[in-house]
Design a protein around this ligand. Structure first.
Ligand SMILES: *Cc1c(COP(=O)(O)O)cnc(C)c1O
Length: 367
């Protein structure tokens, strides 16, 4: 028997989440974001469940090619554009669309001739910096960039480009400052957008909290995997967790009151205690900085992390819980315990936990 740890990917949850987001954003195109190996869920495990999406968005061109090899025929968007000039041919060959976020990328593009573009006409997304100050054209330079791209796209017969930006704070819809910022970003974009161009603004937070301001093409990431972009919990949005991260109990210890558990003796038994040792550690992607009392579900019951997370194991206080033995199932996160709860306890966000899932954790699929 191999080590009992596993990540179970639920295809129907993925399809459900995409359809839910689409139902809140009728008449929009949904580009599901699958960067970071589908937020740690692995491209080959999610590809079937992604079918309801209108397209996929990713960073690395070789991963986009992998999506084509996996049979994805609908649009694929490269979210940070082409990193190297050599990638142009590959992008055309595999019918990819891409973002242009700076003048150097645009200068390269507008030199490309119809012959170089050959049979595929890419849809270009021009990214504006509307206040996040990360990627994108500053507003002052945007009119010229838009004119340049528009002329090029028309001359070559490409589809109308898309004007795009990214929300810095869309996860607190009741916060007034948050509302002001989202509105301002939306207005900045729509002041510049040519009538025949489409718009793309909303990430998960935008698509769920600010649907009306999210543009024609939404780009949800975390929500399609069933975790919440905030402020509500995932279940309140109707999202279903796509990943169940499971393991098993591999040993039990009776720990007398006052005895200590694990590295650094961080946890001390407040009473005679029962400790379950489970096969999951930080080398599997569980956060080492999770504090005592972080919830862990053992045999369907809520238990509490007791002591530091080791590389390959964790210790959990199961005092007073029932029916637990070696081989009992443990859920680190999933249906019984939302990943958002674990993330919050560990002082981080679900994105980081999901993306950090280690390659050594085997994946299985379920419908
Ligand atoms: C990652 C990313 C998204 C998705 O963000 P979520 O918060 O996961 O929904 C959308 N747009 C861009 C440009 C991104 O880089």
């Amino acid at each position: 028997m191999s080590r009992p740890i596993r990540a179970i990917i639920c295809k129907s949850a993925l399809a459900h989440n995409i359809q839910l987001i689409q139902s809140r954003n009728p008449d929009k195109h949904c580009m599901a974001v699958v960067k970071a190996d589908a937020y740690g869920h692995r491209l080959n495990a999610v590809i079937d469940g992604l079918k309801p999406a209108d397209g996929l968005a990713i960073l690395e061109i070789h991963k986009a090619v992998e999506l084509r090899q996996l049979g994805w025929t609908k649009p694929i968007l490269l979210l940070e554009g082409l990193f190297h000039l050599d990638d142009f041919k590959l992008a055309i060959e595999h019918q990819l669309d891409w973002v242009i976020h700076c003048q150097a990328q645009l200068d390269f593009l507008v030199q490309c001739t119809a012959a170089q573009v050959s049979s595929y006409r890419p849809r270009i997304y021009l990214k504006l910096n509307t206040g996040m100050n990360r990627l994108g054209f500053p507003i002052a330079q945007a009119p010229q960039a838009i004119a340049q791209l528009d002329a090029w796209a028309k001359a070559l017969g490409c589809p109308s480009p898309v004007l795009m930006t990214h929300f810095a704070n869309a996860d607190a819809p009741t916060d007034q400052q948050n509302g002001v910022e989202v509105q301002a970003q939306h207005q900045a974009l729509f002041k510049l957008k040519p009538a025949d161009w489409a718009s793309s603004l909303g990430n998960s937070a935008g698509a769920l909290n600010w649907s009306a301001l999210s543009g024609d093409i939404i780009r949800p990431g975390i929500a399609i995997y069933g975790a919440s972009p905030g402020p509500l919990d995932a279940a309140s949005y109707g999202l279903k967790p796509v990943m169940e991260f499971q393991t098993e109990v591999i040993a039990l210890q009776d720990v007398p009151k006052g005895a200590k558990v694990g590295y650094g003796s961080r946890w001390q038994a407040p009473r005679d205690s029962k400790i379950a040792v489970i096969a999951c550690g930080y080398a599997d992607g569980y956060p080492r900085h999770a504090p005592d009392c972080t919830p862990v579900v053992v045999n369907g019951q809520m238990a509490a992390l007791a002591g530091r997370v080791s590389m390959d194991m964790m210790t959990v206080d199961i005092t007073g819980l029932h029916g637990i033995q070696t081989g009992s199932t443990v859920e680190l996160w999933g249906n019984q315990l939302p990943v958002d709860v674990v993330a919050q306890q560990a002082g981080t966000i679900s994105y980081e936990l999901l993306c950090a899932l280690a390659p050594r954790v085997p994946f299985t699929l379920k419908d």
